[in-house]
Design a binder for this molecule. Structure first.
Ligand code: 6PG
Length: 245
């Protein structure tokens, strides 16, 4: 399903409200809420809204467990760190216990970081697959999501939940969750904003490009829901527009 909002602000309010609703639902059902946070710039506003009233008081933060879908291979205080962005925008301002914040560890190599995060996830989801209650993802202009880039071997991974990647043309190496991990989620939500995303959003929605060329299209929860929250600028090339209300 796709919902279109007037602008990033409206989209972010909806995403933050959805986070609070899903947290309440998961905690009521299972006593905890496991969320996978996205990097990039688009979710920053959502995180800031969650850190403020009224949403701040609506979320039982002591029962929230935060994970990340991807990370650059940088120390935790590096400006390029996704975990750092989420801390600054959200986690430094809400009472999530430190032991429930699970960033991708920075080790001596991306492969070691990936292995360490896999251990953390397998330990946490000891009963089986990594069933996140909510996954936030972004969409790159080249169709990547998390750090699943077109044409990389990470797309073919079927066993490991976390792998290292060296995106073509990028200096920074990255660590990403894989399709078998992300697609176990109960709910995956893409946040897409801006005219720069409009061409790729159309391609991702239209199912005409070969699947491996648009990694975002490979996100298909096996037993969960998929939702796209987009703004009007991003949606401008879509044939049918749905309203976010
Ligand atoms: C990252 C993300 C990446 C991001 C997209 C969109 O860490 O960069 O995991 O997949 O979501 O590149 O980024 P923007 O929201 O900044 O456009």
């Amino acid at each position: 399903m796709i919902k279109v909002f007037a602008d990033l602000q409206a989209l972010s309010h909806a995403a933050a409200r959805l986070f609070a609703d899903e947290a309440a639902r998961a905690i009521e059902a299972r006593g905890r809420f496991c969320v996978l946070l996205a990097g990039g710039e688009t979710p920053r506003r959502t995180y800031e809204i969650l850190a403020r009233q009224p949403l701040r008081d609506m979320v039982p933060w002591e029962k929230v467990h935060c994970f990340w879908g991807d990370e650059r291979h940088v120390p935790p205080d590096d400006p390029a760190s996704n975990a750092r962005m989420a801390r600054q925008a959200l986690l430094d301002h809400v009472p999530v216990p430190a032991t429930q914040i699970h960033p991708i560890p920075y080790r001596s190599s991306p492969r070691e970081s990936a292995g360490a995060y896999e251990d953390i996830l397998r330990d946490f989801f000891s009963a089986g697959p990594p069933r996140f209650d909510l996954v936030f993802l972004g969409l790159g202009e080249d169709g990547h999501t998390a750090s699943l880039f077109p044409g990389t071997s990470a797309l073919a991974e079927r066993e490991r939940w976390v792998v290292e990647v060296s995106p073509a043309g990028e200096v920074m190496q990255r660590i990403t969750l894989t399709l078998p991990a992300i697609n176990q989620a109960a709910l995956v939500v893409f946040l897409v904003s801006g005219a720069g995303k409009s061409r790729m959003l159309r391609e991702a929605q239209e199912d005409v490009t070969p699947l491996q060329d648009i990694p975002a299209q490979l996100i298909r929860p096996a037993d969960g829901e998929l939702l796209w929250l987009v703004d009007r600028d991003a949606a401008r090339l879509l044939q049918q527009r749905a309203s976010g209300g």
